[in-house]
Design a protein around this ligand. Structure first.
Ligand SMILES: C[S@@+](CC[C@H](N)C(=O)[O-])C[C@H]1O[C@@H](n2cnc3c(N)ncnc32)[C@H](O)[C@@H]1O
Length: 328
């Protein structure tokens, strides 16, 4: 039995996210990645009020996000790869996208009451080019880190043709192709998203084996004879009644010897655990009311209904994701 939380502590936990999001929005980490700095230097550099800057910096030290020595603030060694914009593992894009969503959570009561999203349309998916770009860059930076857990679990046979449905920035496909020069891939996503993705990977030599296809994955033509269909991080956008048709389309795109990998947040059958996935359901409802974080049992059952044989779920280490492999 889970012990009840300390309610006053739980009620204030958003302060911690707010402090981190403010630091991201103000550009604190790129500033400090250059060199340690005093509160005065930071406030001047970021054009902020000094006392307030100091309070933010001290709080971030308390959270372990910064270190303080004498009167200078710096990035802790362990976080430098994630917070330094010049690092290949930089997570700032993902954190900036998270900061974008932060205001939406303040409107959660309205959302729950009305059943309506608090963000009209889909600014991340095309209607607002700047937000779309932040979304795709955020997914790219997050995928770079998650790939450490995902890539060892996904090892296509040499010469495989991969269809990456809802592939977003295409980062996983790019990394699969970088690891094995015999593979080729199609990344299918909405036109504004694949446009931003193609810009992110411009100049990468694997692009001669990777095709970006702009389209709605419910209706777009899928390339035929695929060895692997990867459906990663997009399942939670689909209501349950949309899944059978989608899985049927994926099955039709596969060779008889091919396989489907469904990777996403999934919840327990009672829908309460893991708590991050349960909360993610709310996160999605703030924008897309029809979204659904599916339970593992439901995903397996819909896969069976679409003619797949699903395997037991696998947890992807270092990510909140579950992988279900399925063969036609
Ligand atoms: C959370 S992202 C995951 C991206 C990528 N697979 C990854 O794991 O990094 C979900 C992706 O699904 C795409 N998507 C959602 N609905 C779609 C649709 N109807 N057709 C094509 N792509 C869609 C979104 O644009 C987004 O890029």
């Amino acid at each position: 039995m889970q012990s009840p939380p300390n309610l006053t502590e739980l009620a204030s936990r958003y302060w911690e996210s707010a402090a981190l999001n403010a630091a991201v929005s103000l550009g604190l980490f790129p500033f400090l990645s250059e060199t340690p700095a005093t509160a005065e230097a930071v406030s001047e550099g970021l054009n902020c009020a000094q006392q307030h800057t100091e309070a933010l910096l001290d709080s971030l030290c308390g959270l372990g996000v910064l270190s303080k020595k004498d009167d200078k603030y710096t990035l802790p060694e362990a976080l430098k790869p994630l917070l330094d914009p010049s690092s290949p593992d930089c997570l700032l894009g993902a954190l900036a996208f998270n900061a974008d969503l932060f205001q939406l959570w303040g409107k959660l009561p309205e959302c729950v009451q009305s059943g309506q999203p608090v963000l009209p349309a889909n600014p991340h998916l095309g209607s607002d080019p700047a937000r779309t770009r932040r979304f795709v860059e955020g997914m790219h930076s997050r995928a770079g880190i998650m790939a450490r857990g995902l890539l060892p679990a996904i090892v296509p046979e040499p010469h495989s043709r991969i269809l990456d449905v809802g592939g977003g920035p295409g980062t996983f496909s790019v990394k699969l192709l970088e690891r094995d020069a015999t593979l080729s891939a199609t990344v299918l996503d909405l036109p504004p998203v694949v446009q931003a993705a193609a810009e992110i990977h411009a100049g990468n030599p694997v692009l001669n084996r990777l095709r970006f296809q702009g389209g709605d994955y419910h209706t777009a033509d899928y390339p035929a004879d695929q060895d692997l269909v990867l459906y990663c991080g997009a399942l939670h956008q689909e209501p349950e009644d949309g899944l059978p048709a989608l899985f049927t389309r994926m099955k039709a795109a596969l060779k008889p010897t091919g396989s489907l990998c469904v990777v996403d947040l999934m919840v327990s059958d009672d829908r309460t655990q893991p708590v991050y996935s349960a909360l993610f359901q709310l996160n999605m409802m703030l924008m897309r009311p029809a979204s659904r974080v599916h339970s593992i049992g439901d995903v397996q059952s819909v896969l069976r209904g679409a003619g797949f044989s699903p395997a037991a779920p696998e947890e992807i280490s270092g990510t909140p994701y579950t992988l279900i492999r399925a063969t036609p």
